[in-house]
Design a protein around this ligand. Structure first.
Ligand SMILES: Nc1nc2c(ncn2[C@@H]2O[C@H](COP(=O)(O)OP(=O)(O)OP(=O)(O)O)[C@@H](O)[C@H]2O)c(=O)[nH]1
Ligand SMILES: [Mg+2]
Length: 365
């Protein structure tokens, strides 16, 4: 399934529009709130020039980029954690995500109603954050009981868990998201297992009006950046409806359009890159048969685990990895020459994969 990015936010902020732009899947988008009920799932290819260069060098036609999974979730409103709107069923979908793309309405469009009257980014962010905090409190309350019962055993682990649950619980009850609480590595490892919604990494995606793009950051983005500074949340401004139009254009037309608007990159490319980096992902490449392929893995992963990303048999039967950096490979001219020159390294299971390496796994089944 890969790494999952979930679109969250108030109704009518353009989540489904952004989803369609990212995934090319035409889903329901409408001027009325709660047009999305069941989550939509799609795949986003991660554009990577290096993969194309490696494929061209190896004379391969089939190029398979790394992907991220994107999930378009129903709009949340005040009281969602108590079942208002489409209710807390949707909070469960958020729990499965690796990264939250919190979409905030910047565009005005008077014909698209905003549930709280006018868009007000700060208030809108607070509404969503509060619902997620309340959902975490409810979730932790159940856990807490069990943990407090266990803590009677007095082992160091049980005590650590008890202190941690109390600490996070108090923090949430102060109206703060769990991700803003400073934790030790040990505490973090435990808390991550609880899958709290407000502990997940999050990016603020401001859905702007078309005419606010290019040039300086508009007022909405600046004011949100101010709010985001405290929590070190990255902020990105895009225009979902424009991104969708760009996706429908031919390459030449798109380029001309973007030049005119002074846009060096599409908003989607910027967003995907930001998400990829923020998730701490790196890419390795494989060449097999007629296919060059990119794979996304978490930074720090070892060769054996990386092999498992391709197939569990490869992880189980891992023998060794033949490794070369993509640039070294390009400089050598071909894999055969690189091997002759002895610059393809043979690495064992504990080798830490680095970004941009071309890898051939040896394994037995
Ligand atoms: N002007 C303008 N309109 C937009 C933009 N993005 C979305 N819209 C419009 O806003 C309305 C709501 O968009 P959706 O993508 O359905 O919003 P949503 O967040 O998925 O809404 P729910 O599923 O109801 O929560 C639609 O009519 C879109 O065409 C934008 O960037 N600019
Ligand atoms: Mg929708």
């Amino acid at each position: 399934m890969g790494f999952k990015c979930g679109l969250v936010g108030l109704p009518n902020v353009g989540k489904s529009t952004l989803f369609t732009a990212l995934s090319n899947l035409p889903v329901e988008r409408a001027k009325y709130p709660f047009s999305t009920v069941e989550p939509n799932k799609g795949v986003i290819p991660v554009r990577d020039e290096r993969l194309y260069k490696v494929a061209v060098l190896a004379g391969l036609e089939k190029i398979t980029p790394a992907t991220l999974t994107i999930v378009d979730i129903a709009g949340l409103i005040k009281g969602a954690s108590k079942g208002e709107g489409l209710g807390n069923r949707f909070l469960a979908h958020i729990r499965e995500m690796d990264l939250l793309l919190h979409v905030i309405r910047g565009f005005k469009a008077t014909d698209v109603p905003h549930l709280a009257g006018e868009p007000d980014p700060q208030r809108d962010i607070e509404i969503i954050n509060l619902e997620l905090i309340l959902a975490d409190i409810a979730f932790l309350e159940k856990r807490r009981e069990k943990i407090l019962r266990n803590a009677k055993s007095n082992t160091p682990e049980a005590q650590l868990e008890k202190n941690l649950v109390e600490k996070i619980y108090a923090h949430l009850n102060n109206g703060k998201t769990a991700r803003t609480l400073l934790l030790s590595a040990e505490e973090k490892a435990i808390a991550e297992g609880w899958e709290l919604l407000t502990m997940k990494p999050e990016i603020y995606v401001v859905n702007l009006d078309e005419n606010e793009l290019g040039g300086k950051d508009p007022e909405t983005v600046l004011s949100i950046s101010q709010i985001a500074k405290e929590t070190q949340t990255p902020v990105i401004g895009i225009c979902a409806s424009l991104e969708e139009e760009l996706g429908e254009m031919e390459e030449d037309e798109r380029k001309a359009f973007m030049d005119e608007y002074g846009l060096p990159e599409t908003g989607l490319d910027r967003l995907i890159k930001l998400g990829y980096d923020y998730l701490g992902l790196i890419t390795f490449f494989t060449i097999k048969g007629k296919e060059a392929r990119a794979w996304a893995v978490e930074r720090g992963v070892n060769a054996r685990k990386a092999a498992g990303k391709i197939h569990s048999d490869m992880e189980r039967g891992f023998i060794a990895a033949e490794v070369i950096g993509w640039e070294e490979l390009l400089n050598a001219g071909s894999l055969t020459t690189a091997k002759e020159k002895g610059i393809v390294r043979l690495e064992g299971r504990d080798y830490t994969i680095k970004d941009g390496e071309v890898i051939l796994f040896r394994f037995k089944v």
